[in-house]
Write a protein that binds this ligand. Sequence first.
Ligand SMILES: *[C@@H]1O[C@H](CO)[C@@H](O)[C@H](O)[C@H]1NC(C)=O
Ligand SMILES: *[C@@H]1O[C@H](CO)[C@@H](O)[C@H](O)[C@H]1NC(C)=O
Length: 250
Amino acid sequence: MLSAIAVIFALISVSNGIKEGYLPSYINPCDLAKPSTEFVDCVKEQIEATLPHFTKGIEELGVPSLDPVALDDIHIDGNGLKLTFTHAAMHGLSDSKLSQLKLDIGKDVETFSLSFKGNMSVSAKYVVDGRILILPIQGKGDAKVNCHNIEVQIDSKLTHVKDAKGIHFKLVTPSYKYNIQSTKFEFQNLFNGNKQLSDATHQFANENWKQLMDDLSPPVIKQIVKTCVKAINKFFSNVTIPQIVKGYNN
Ligand SMILES: *[C@@H]1O[C@H](CO)[C@@H](O)[C@H](O)[C@H]1NC(C)=O
Ligand SMILES: *[C@@H]1O[C@H](CO)[C@@H](O)[C@H](O)[C@H]1NC(C)=O
């Protein structure tokens, strides 16, 4: 009798153990035993299929939504321009596409490099005073910065960490670069709503978008990369390597 109870308890704990290893149904582990190009192609397909879900968050794994990404306040003060963005948020990551993947798994130094591309926008409350190049700009209100075809590449080392649940991947020392094809600004209520001045300044700002984005993009992109890496590491911390890579021998 006692041993029957013990068996039942053992079975219950085994089935609980299986439930703990939750993995969303749209993620299918790739087989590391396959030739490396086939493995990388498989991971690429997996990430392509997972990206729209991942960027909306995976509640079961504690992964937060990345669309929108709330941004810290941005202050620019230089070259005669004072610009502040508050309540800023980046939209569009969930519609972005994987544009490149490089992966080295099973080597001494494992690396993970991923690029994504999309049309993204930043919405914020702005206060601006000063000039863009030669043209005065002044106002406060709602702003929207529309980035057309922005591509971000994240290069990272992949390390392993162990905990009670098993062994996990972790991205460390990520670096990044980015490219933006073009940008359009929409500042509501420039010059207290003076349409003529506002139109002229918008036209000039949009023609010289690179100048303004030289100051604006670095703090935005830095925060986006940080948030993405944090979300990926959250995911990794809650799934073991054998769960997401078939045939992985540590
Ligand atoms: C793992 O996922 C659970 C939900 O299944 C969540 O409550 C927990 O915060 C996550 N753990 C970590 C370390 O993120
Ligand atoms: C961005 O939008 C344009 C249309 O406005 C579209 O042609 C292009 O494919 C989009 N880019 C991405 C990466 O989705």
